[in-house]
Design a protein around this ligand. Structure first.
Ligand SMILES: [Zn+2]
Length: 142
């Protein structure tokens, strides 16, 4: 069962997330993968029979930013550094996702809180979909 937090508790958690976000080191979106390559040149080890040895592995960084997919080769000497950048980005995403979840919970306790019914005889508020249909019931402005 989910624990119900107060607005004050949510604000405290959001403040903590902000502190963690400020402490983040440089980052980069994406994921790393390895790739082998066959150049196909005659006499090269990559085409040798019976046991061809493809070139590599080469490290690649794949990411999507603003809807554009990009793939970059990563030099072997900086794979560790790029791995750290990607890990930091993953942390950034987790923290901001948590922030959004807390913001939604906070709004439900604040401006998006359900209207309290004064008596049991008052019908519950209509859902947003039905609300659209009932707009015709509003008095026309003259
Ligand atoms: Zn080759």
């Amino acid at each position: 069962m989910e624990t119900v937090l107060t607005i004050q508790q949510i604000d405290g958690k959001i403040a903590d997330l902000k502190r963690q976000l400020l402490a983040l080191e440089p980052m980069h979106p994406g994921s790393l993968s390895s790739q082998y390559h066959v150049c196909g040149k005659t006499g090269c080890k990559c085409t040798a029979a019976p046991k061809p040895q493809p070139h590599g592995p080469y490290c690649k960084l794949n990411f999507v930013h603003h809807g554009k997919f990009t793939c970059r080769f990563v030099r072997a000497d900086v794979v560790g550094e790029v791995t750290a950048l990607v890990a930091t980005f993953k942390t950034f995403r987790q923290l901001t996702d948590e922030w959004v979840s807390l913001s939604i919970a906070r709004a439900l306790l604040g401006p998006l809180a359900r209207l309290e019914r004064k008596t049991k005889n008052v019908p519950p508020p209509k859902s947003p979909r039905r609300k659209k249909q009932s707009q015709g019931n509003q008095p026309a402005q003259v």
